[in-house]
Write a protein that binds this ligand. Structure first.
Ligand SMILES: C[S@@+](CC[C@H](N)C(=O)[O-])C[C@H]1O[C@@H](n2cnc3c(N)ncnc32)[C@H](O)[C@@H]1O
Length: 387
């Protein structure tokens, strides 16, 4: 698997697309809005204090923007925060000019950038919902930026704010030893109860290398005092073999194993499918940030999110089980959400023809699991300021 080439969410705006199945990620963007707004205000101040005269645009980049309404929701949230900042603090650049905002929407080249560009009008509509019409909005410009965020994306010291939501659990590559073809994690695509410690270490090391590279690159690109808001799916369970995401992917591996028994998937294909993914604990994230010595942490938080994007019950009872009827519907909803994200990688490796049956089996596996324990995604939110 070549992550830069192969990884993308399901394109378009059809039934199985990411655009139509990203409510889970939308909820996270909405939940972290106050953190983003604070960072926008701080970044706007950094921009004003650094710019030598009128016309210095504030540069903002959303890394792993994907396609669909969430992409434009992030843009509109930033625009709204800049507008608020200008209004309340009369932070106008010299000459009474409003703060211009230059946006870069980044994702891997396979992302459906066309869909994003075709729906830019949504930015204004979302802002208007909050009473912010044209004269109140700062002038803004939107550009696409294809490329991996594990490479350089900008010249030195040119960006005021980076935002990235639901992306940094994706690795830059499958760890080399797994990608080389040895069967080290038989029948599984991610860390599972039976995964050997050596394989766990490979994933963990890949995560540490990727995140420290990401921080080094972004630090070069940020202006002094620039900000970064990062949200990623992580792990609460102390036992790495039973991490919450291990169940998400373990149940999908079990669905593939069922297809293997029916002779519809080859064993060699199953054993060679490894996800470029790692869900870190809070401490693992904190350690890499501390070792980078490049950022001050201004906010660190973990919240739980239901697997089912349409389940808005935020009761914190982690051991809660679901009734059968609810679990069956949730299984279907979870399968739609996971298919939108992982469908293209599965299709490339196993063939598109298995997708419908695979995710039907997966929905059933998820329903059975949720009746035993209503596992949730732990979501880590970090806000950083460049030293
Ligand atoms: C689950 S989506 C999240 C999209 C959007 N931020 C949201 O909140 O809805 C994860 C996105 O990260 C992108 N991604 C993963 N690894 C990446 C990388 N190395 N460079 C750029 N984008 C990446 C994927 O292509 C995908 O679009």
């Amino acid at each position: 698997m070549n992550v830069e080439r192969d990884l993308h969410m399901t394109r378009g705006d059809g039934e199985h697309s990411y655009a139509s199945n990203s409510r889970l990620q939308e909820k996270s963007i909405l939940k972290t809005r106050p953190v983003l707004h604070k960072a926008v205000v701080a970044a706007a101040h950094a921009c004003l204090s650094l710019s030598s005269g009128p016309g210095g645009a504030m540069v903002v980049a959303d890394l792993g923007c994907s396609s669909g309404p969430n992409t434009l929701l992030v843009v509109s949230e930033v625009i709204k925060a800049v507008a608020d900042c200008c209004r309340h603090e009369q932070q106008l650049a010299a000459g009474g000019q409003p703060q211009h905002v230059q946006f870069f929407l980044n994702d891997l080249p396979g992302n459906d950038f066309n869909l994003v560009f075709q729906s830019l009008e949504l930015i204004r509509k979302l802002a208007a919902k909050d009473g912010l019409e044209e004269p109140l909005l700062p002038p803004y410009y939107v550009a696409g930026l294809p490329g991996s965020f594990y490479t350089r994306l900008f010249p030195d010291r040119t960006v005021h704010l980076f935002h990235s939501s639901y992306c940094l659990m994706w690795r830059s590559k499958v760890p080399d030893e797994l990608a080389a073809g040895a069967v080290l994690n038989e029948g599984h695509m991610y860390i599972w109860e039976t995964t050997p410690p050596a394989v766990v270490a490979l994933y963990r090391t890949q995560f540490q290398e990727d995140l420290s590279l990401f921080l080094r690159l972004r630090h070069r690109e940020l202006v002094t005092g620039g900000h970064m808001v990062l949200t990623l799916v992580g792990r609460k369970s102390k036992d790495v073999l039973r991490g919450e995401l291990s169940y998400t992917w373990g149940l999908l591996a079990q669905a593939l194993q069922s297809l293997l028994k029916e002779g519809r998937v080859e064993k060699e294909k199953l054993d060679s499918f490894n996800l470029p993914f790692y869900a870190p604990s809070l401490d693992e994230v904190r350690d890499v940030i501390a070792r980078s010595q490049a950022f001050d942490v201004t906010h660190f938080q973990l919240f739980d999110s239901n697997w089912d994007p349409h389940d808005d019950d935020d009761d914190d009872d982690a051991e809660m089980k679901m009734e059968e009827e609810d679990a069956v519907q949730s299984g279907v909803n979870v399968a739609m959400s996971i298919r939108a994200a992982i469908g293209p990688l599965i299709a490339r490796h196993f063939g598109e023809h298995i997708l419908d049956d695979l995710f039907e089996l997966y929905a059933k596996n998820v329903a059975v699991h949720l009746q035993k324990v209503k596992t949730r995604y732990p979501v880590i939110v970090v806000s950083l300021q460049a030293k």
